[in-house]
Design a protein around this ligand. Sequence first.
Ligand SMILES: [Zn+2]
Length: 243
Amino acid sequence: MALSFEEQTRIDLAATFRIIAHLGMHEAVANHFSAAISADGKQFLLNPKWVHFSRLRASDLLLLDADDTEAAHRPDVDATAWSIHGQVHQRLPDARVVLHLHPVYTTAVACLAQPKILPVDQNTARYFNRIAVDELYGGMADTSAEGARLANLLQDKRRLLMGNHGIIVVAPTVGEAFDDIWTLERACQILVTAWSTGQPLKVLADEVAEKTARDWEKISDFSQRHFEEMKHLMIQADPSLVD
Ligand SMILES: [Zn+2]
């Protein structure tokens, strides 16, 4: 029998938690991913508070409603997760999948006085002029006002580089969101490694960077395939992921 949209999304999101933990891109038992289930985006799946990504199963994900003011007080809902994801799903119905991480290289770039991802290769060029930057870090994002401010910064972009903090990526599908946050971390790893040589960088011309970014946007099926392959590996390693 075919899986319902919610059932499939639960499996895809659970697989994403496993993949991110497998790749060491998670932060302790913090960080959070969500995926909208309803057409208006307000009903969404979220990981429960402080459970390690590497043991989350499809059925462990919480189904929440962005309009439910009581959800913030549930013991299994992390306050910062509720503030960020609740507000993004409330305000941006097209942001179907929302991933928030503090991966090392992306966060290192976010800690620079000028957190700009220079186009120096194919990976970095994917993000050319396509990242919003928040330069107003003010402590843990645990209020709806802070979540609303972050959602507002995303508006016309799919990635928000959060200064002194980390990253939020939004996408139409779990697969595209995963591939995007993974490629961004890789791009930042390449950039930081290039900087670490102390040699001058050869930055791509704007036209080349723009063309490369557009080329990436034409191959969302590549992102999906990357995700499907990784999901397959995770289910093979632990079939209980889909439970
Ligand atoms: Zn964070």
